[in-house]
Design a protein around this ligand. Structure first.
Ligand SMILES: NC(=O)C1=CN([C@@H]2O[C@H](COP(=O)(O)OP(=O)(O)OC[C@H]3O[C@@H](n4cnc5c(N)ncnc54)[C@H](O)[C@@H]3O)[C@@H](O)[C@H]2O)[C@H](O)CC1
Ligand code: K
Length: 520
């Protein structure tokens, strides 16, 4: 059983789930005011730690009508008692009772309170307590203008729970939103903070744990859990364990079907990704004309030269004698394939092999009709689309750009496949409504070939999963984590412009080795 902190850090909740968890805590007897004091006290101490020399500076407290505002007012009071120069902005007439009491007390202490945001323009730090997970609708023009004004000042802003203006679940900007320097997420990670389009508003996010009992989390979240992929998750899988006595075929046999005369590089990068996974045997089927290229790059792999179409795509799978698709523990198809290899995609889709489809494999599947085609398959199927491929695969589903988690969940439920929707915060779903989000990545990955490497890595791990009794979902989540962590390490050494796909493949083992050393 994971220790508490790890379970908390792996949990992601919606606004409704947070409300339900809070309701349980209050129903159990915790007074709301006491919780607010506890939470705001934790926020106050983090602000002091992050901004130690604030004594000489002034702090602007942005307060909203709800308990987010209440939290901020408690912080204001404590900063004031510590001698900080504090100013309050409050422009709402109807406040929740507790918030109103805190405002009244702050004013009784002589803390200046202003209705106009201009009065805080000389503050050195702003604390955003306008809205938290209670934000329900697009912001009115008055508050929206104030937020735009604040953003124009480009001052450090610490947002409580969420940057005000972000939708708690979708991360959507409801009119406008605070661009935070730091976001202190309260209690449990809110889903909206892990949606791609929220990232430019969230700044550096951290969780402020205020001892929510795990029983309350479990009671509300139960099996409908959204998992945040952590290093602990990944390192419980990597490096894949090996028995003392083993041989190369026991460590997985992977078949990659990729490449064309037009796109030969994709086949190499996919092969290099597979190499990193540690898979025991790697076979790569490419058009005959690419064979020398692949042999040069991957001497350890069995390169299968296949007959080509006029356009240089794979015309048919020429597997070695006594070999057929059932000889492989997993098959990946797609990178660099072009759409002229449709018959090959149809062939592997009708096999019983665990299958990963990427790139043109996805485009061909989309043309065949994703859902009816996949519903015929019993074996494990993993799709690794980016947003554009996702829209082609699932044209009738919600727009992945609006709510990625909802989109990927519905895609997995309707297709029966595991869907990995690539992005700044890659989201993974299986057909049993479980979701995993990779909370950390880097724009360094936004370049051709990164996806090919992921396909190779993922399929290489998948080929080993069964013999090591590791769940497919864990393999997929771990591959996403490893891929982004390697890119983060590479970007740290070479800047975000220095992580081409080939270079990326050199950082998987170092990042794993250092994480592993840190853990042991
Ligand atoms: N368990 C926790 O996470 C804790 C949460 N706390 C803090 O409380 C807020 C949630 O408080 P709540 O009062 O529910 O809502 P907000 O403070 O987020 O404010 C919403 C408030 O404003 C009204 N409102 C909604 N949309 C709009 C709008 N577009 N324009 C104007 N007003 C709007 C709505 O009616 C609400 O009253 C949470 O984020 C934490 O900061 C606890 O204090 C500690 C534990
Ligand atoms: K906020």
């Amino acid at each position: 059983m994971l220790e508490r902190q790890e379970q908390i850090s792996q949990t992601i909740v919606t606004a409704q789930q947070m409300r339900d968890i809070e309701a349980r805590i209050f129903a159990a007897g915790m007074p709301v005011a006491a919780l607010m004091e506890k939470v705001a006290g934790l926020i106050f101490r983090r602000v002091q730690a992050l901004y130690p020399n604030l004594q000489t500076q002034s702090v602007g407290i942005l307060t909203g009508p709800g308990h987010n505002g209440g939290d901020a007012l408690v912080v204001a009071r404590e900063l004031h008692f510590c001698g900080y120069d504090v100013k309050i902005y409050s422009s709402f007439s109807k406040l929740k009772e507790l918030t109103s009491q805190h405002l009244q007390y702050a004013q009784s202490l002589g803390i200046p309170c202003y209705e106009s945001i201009e009065q805080l323009s000389d503050c050195d730090l702003l604390i955003d307590g306008l809205f938290g997970f209670g934000l329900e609708r697009t912001l009115t023009s008055a508050i929206a203008q104030a937020i735009n004004q604040i953003n124009s000042w480009s001052k450090p802003v610490v947002s409580i729970d969420l940057p005000s203006g972000l939708h708690t679940d979708t991360g959507e900007v409801l009119g406008t939103a605070i661009r935070a320097t730091h976001t202190f997420c309260l209690g449990l990670w809110k889903l909206g903070l892990l949606q791609d389009h929220a990232l430019e508003y969230v700044g550096k996010a951290e969780l402020i744990d205020f001892d929510i009992p795990l029983a309350d989390v479990q009671a509300v979240v139960g099996t409908n859990r959204i998992h945040r992929i952590t290093q602990t998750t990944a390192l419980s899988t990597l490096p894949l364990p090996r028995p003392a006595v083993t041989h190369k075929y026991k460590e997985g046999h992977l078949l990659l079907i990729c490449g064309s005369r037009r796109y030969s590089g994709g086949a190499i990068l996919t092969g290099l990704g597979a190499r990193v996974s540690g898979v025991g045997m790697l076979s790569i089927a490419v058009p005959e004309s690419l064979k020398p290229l692949l042999v040069a790059q991957l001497p350890e792999a069995l390169i299968i030269g296949c007959p080509e179409t006029q356009t240089g795509a794979i015309a048919s799978l020429q597997l070695p004698e006594n070999t057929d698709l059932s000889s492989f523990n997993a098959i990946a198809i797609g990178p660099g394939l072009t759409r002229d290899a449709t018959p090959i995609v149809q062939q592997v889709l009708s096999s019983d092999r665990p299958l990963i489809l990427d790139a043109d494999g996805l485009n061909i599947l989309a043309q065949m009709g994703t859902i009816p085609t996949l519903q015929k398959r019993q074996a494990v199927t993993i799709l690794t689309p980016h947003a554009g491929e996702f829209k082609r695969l699932f044209p009738d589903l919600p727009d992945p750009m609006k709510d990625r988690v909802r989109a990927v969940r519905e895609a997995a439920a309707q297709s029966g496949a595991i869907v990995l929707l690539k992005g700044a915060r890659t989201a993974i779903a299986n057909s049993q409504n479980s979701v995993w989000i990779n909370p950390e990545s880097t724009p360094a990955l936004a370049r051709g070939g990164s996806g090919d490497v992921l396909t190779g890595l993922l399929s290489g791990l998948l080929a080993q999963a069964k013999s090591k009794d590791i769940s497919v979902e864990k393999i997929v989540a771990t591959a996403a984590w490893w891929h982004s962590q390697a890119a983060i390490l590479a970007g740290g050494e070479r800047t975000e412009l220095g992580v081409d796909a080939f270079t990326l493949t050199n950082y998987f083992i170092p990042v794993l080795a250092s994480a592993w050393k840190e853990l042991n």
